[in-house]
Design a protein around this ligand. Structure first.
Ligand SMILES: [Zn+2]
Length: 162
């Protein structure tokens, strides 16, 4: 078993660093989920520039299901090969006291552009959680809004929140 870092800190008023690197899969399988220094900085930058402003707009507690994923963890969860999670740019979260993942995604898809808050992707995934990425692995901020659905066991992406 790898030890979780004992040097937790508040990245922003509503996010602790430990939330951004926690992985149940890593704990369960005994996989290391410690980012390198550059990736740690991506997590901090994403949090300050997107996740905290987003949290402020929602004005309700959010629960981070998944943030950073090491290559081993990403493989174990069947993540996309070039997932933004690998780079510390994405979180998957829910905000049940605000609404369903669909309601949360619809709200953010409207409000983030209105507030001039940049992002790469908002993806409503399988009706179960919202994936939000500050940047793509190559640094782009495309402002994409998508819905991921399972069709015949395969993930398909459609435009918008539906
Ligand atoms: Zn995700």
């Amino acid at each position: 078993m790898f030890e979780q870092s004992n040097t937790d800190f508040a990245v922003t008023p509503n996010f602790h660093y430990s939330e951004l690197i926690h992985s149940y899969t890593a704990v369960r399988l005994g996989l290391d989920n410690t980012p390198d220094a550059a990736t740690k900085q991506h997590l901090i930058d994403s949090c300050k520039n997107l996740w905290q402003p987003m949290r402020k707009l929602l004005d309700k507690p959010i629960s981070v299901n998944c943030g950073y994923r090491s290559p081993a963890v990403n493989k174990a969860v069947g993540g996309a090969k070039n997932s933004a999670h690998l780079y510390g740019y994405a979180i998957d979260f829910v905000c049940p006291s605000f609404g369903t993942p669909k309601q949360v995604a619809q709200f953010l898809a409207t409000q983030l552009p209105k507030q001039g808050i940049k992002f790469d992707q908002i993806i409503m995934e399988f009706g179960a959680w919202v994936h939000i990425a500050w940047k793509a692995p190559d640094g782009r901020q495309r402002g994409q809004i998508l819905t991921a659905k399972k069709v015949g066991g395969k993930t398909q992406y459609v435009a918008g929140v539906q």
